[in-house]
Write a protein that binds this ligand. Structure first.
Ligand SMILES: C[S@@+](CC[C@H](N)C(=O)[O-])C[C@H]1O[C@@H](n2cnc3c(N)ncnc32)[C@H](O)[C@@H]1O
Length: 288
């Protein structure tokens, strides 16, 4: 794999590598919460037998694993992430599920180490907004797409409509007396602004770009479960919280827990969440 020596990128990779174990622990929750997104992404891209599918920023393996049976016989899926610890989990899951046509690779989505025009379908669930240069990532996606190729990308919607994470960011910002996420750093809501995701994909040369909202609520048995899971999975956030003095960490937890309790129901927490799901095609496909 070719990579730049940009220290920010290396730090980001280390942060995500550091939470890969937590993603493996919480894989059932990740799968359940991502289910509607994956289904929608496969509806948009419709992989068929014989095709090649690339999943970027796959984490423990998302829609790429679901696509594997759809491209049989003769097709294959590459699940990829820039954190080798994540691809190892995805590879293990593919093997356990008997998906012989899945390969796992370490790939940075901003510099995809694959030839031009080599995939029929590219999928990226909750990854593009986390890279320093999403425009570059989108151009790379366009580059590896074959004529006739299809793309589906999902990202988190606006922070105020995702209190399951927004509440934690608010509490961290109050505790540190500084904006959270820090300005200039990639973050979960960086592509949530009106028209932003569509513009990034269109500017990369993709065609027929359509973006729609999908409700992705966060359910948890208790406030404690929500807190532990959210902090464990949120790569950059996990590192910031771990660096706090114990008293500050306890105060932050208390403030966040008080706010999230507003979403309590008799069955546990039911917190709103909204994603944006984009579908697009290669310009050659649009011209047909
Ligand atoms: C929020 S997780 C989403 C994981 C998975 N797609 C899912 O929906 O369950 C973000 C993932 O993006 C990966 N990631 C972040 N920056 C990346 C980059 N530049 N290239 C490839 N993967 C990246 C992280 O390692 C992490 O696995």
């Amino acid at each position: 794999m070719t990579t730049t020596s940009n220290p920010t990128r290396d730090q980001l990779r280390q942060m995500w590598s550091g939470v890969a174990g937590a993603w493996a622990t919480h894989v059932e929750y990740v799968d359940a919460r991502g289910r509607r997104l994956s289904d929608r992404m496969l509806e948009l891209t419709r992989p068929v037998p014989g095709e090649r599918v690339l999943e970027l920023a796959c984490g423990t393996g998302g829609p790429g694993l679901d696509a594997a049976p759809l491209v049989e016989p003769g097709g294959e899926v590459v699940v990829s992430d820039f954190a080798p610890e994540m691809t190892a989990v995805a590879a293990g899951r593919a093997q356990s599920a008997g998906l012989a046509n899945v390969t796992a690779r370490v790939i940075d989505l901003e510099q995809i180490d694959e030839p031009d025009g080599s995939f029929d379908v590219v999928l990226c669930r909750e990854g593009l907004m986390l890279v320093p240069d999403p425009e570059r990532g989108a151009r790379e996606i366009r580059r590896v797409l074959r004529p006739g190729g299809r793309v589906a990308i999902s990202v988190w919607g606006p922070r105020e409509r995702n209190p399951w994470l927004g509440v934690v960011f608010d509490a961290v910002a109050e505790q540190l007396g500084a904006p959270m996420p820090p300005p200039g750093k990639p973050h979960p809501f960086s592509l949530s602004g009106a028209g932003r995701l569509a513009a990034v994909l269109r500017d990369a040369g993709l065609a027929c770009v359509e973006v729609a909202e999908l409700s992705v609520p966060y359910r948890a048995a208790s406030v404690d479960e929500w807190w532990e899971r959210t902090v464990a999975l949120a790569g950059p956030l996990a590192a910031r919280l771990a660096a706090l003095p114990p008293e500050a960490a306890r105060a932050l937890h208390r403030h966040a827990a008080e706010r999230i309790a507003a979403y309590s129901t008799p069955a546990g927490l039911d917190i709103p969440g909204v994603c944006l799901v984009a579908g697009a095609v290669s310009p050659e496909a649009a011209a047909r």
